[in-house]
Unconditional design. Structure first.
Length: 182
């Protein structure tokens, strides 16, 4: 059954523990994740939060929504948001945390329960949103696949297995892959 954007926002606010997403007008509850998924997402969050200037950026892990249309709202595993966007939402403290504009970095961590959905749906929607850099981390294969937005709107793809990665949209940040995989 298709729901309206207003209904989605109401459900998401009234049941924040439900981790509700919306795709093509259909409510979808984000499932609980494996320990490998959570470990990887937490380690990435920690590396980002230590390196980013809190006056310029904030980091979300499994909270807040990104929106592509009135029918598509997702909760990325990790994402970086400019503080000016956070500040504008803080002026409306009772509203749902939603970011409609492209973000510097959006990340999904592969999980057996959501792996194909993340690749087939969420990653494509992030590209349609125009997010600057999109990552999929696979904790079992120990790989990071990145998509970088090009000036013409297309994305280039790269896969890394070890070493460090420097998100191009976050100058001065270096992510150590071995630390992500434990």
């Amino acid at each position: 059954m298709s729901v309206t954007e207003q209904t989605f926002r109401q459900v998401a606010l009234e049941d924040p523990e439900g981790h509700w997403e919306l795709y093509c007008g259909v409510l979808r509850q984000k499932p609980d994740m494996s320990v490998a998924h959570n470990y990887t997402a937490t380690r990435l969050f920690a590396q980002l939060i230590r390196q980013l200037d809190p006056n310029q950026f904030d980091v979300r892990a499994n909270m807040g929504h990104v929106q592509r249309s009135e029918e598509s709202y997702f909760i990325p595993d990790v994402f970086v948001v400019p503080m000016e966007l956070v500040r504008s939402l803080l002026e409306r403290p009772d509203s749902l945390e939603v970011y409609e504009v492209p973000l510097p970095l959006v990340v999904e961590v592969w999980s057996p329960s959501t792996g194909s959905y993340d690749v087939e749906v969420k990653l494509r929607e992030y590209q349609r949103r125009g997010d600057l850099e999109i990552w999929r981390i696979h904790p079992f294969d120990r790989t990071l696949t990145t998509w970088f937005r090009q000036p013409d709107g297309s994305y280039s793809e790269k896969t890394c297995e070890r070493g460090t990665v420097e998100p191009f949209a976050l100058p001065g940040v270096t992510i150590v892959l071995d630390a992500l995989f434990g």
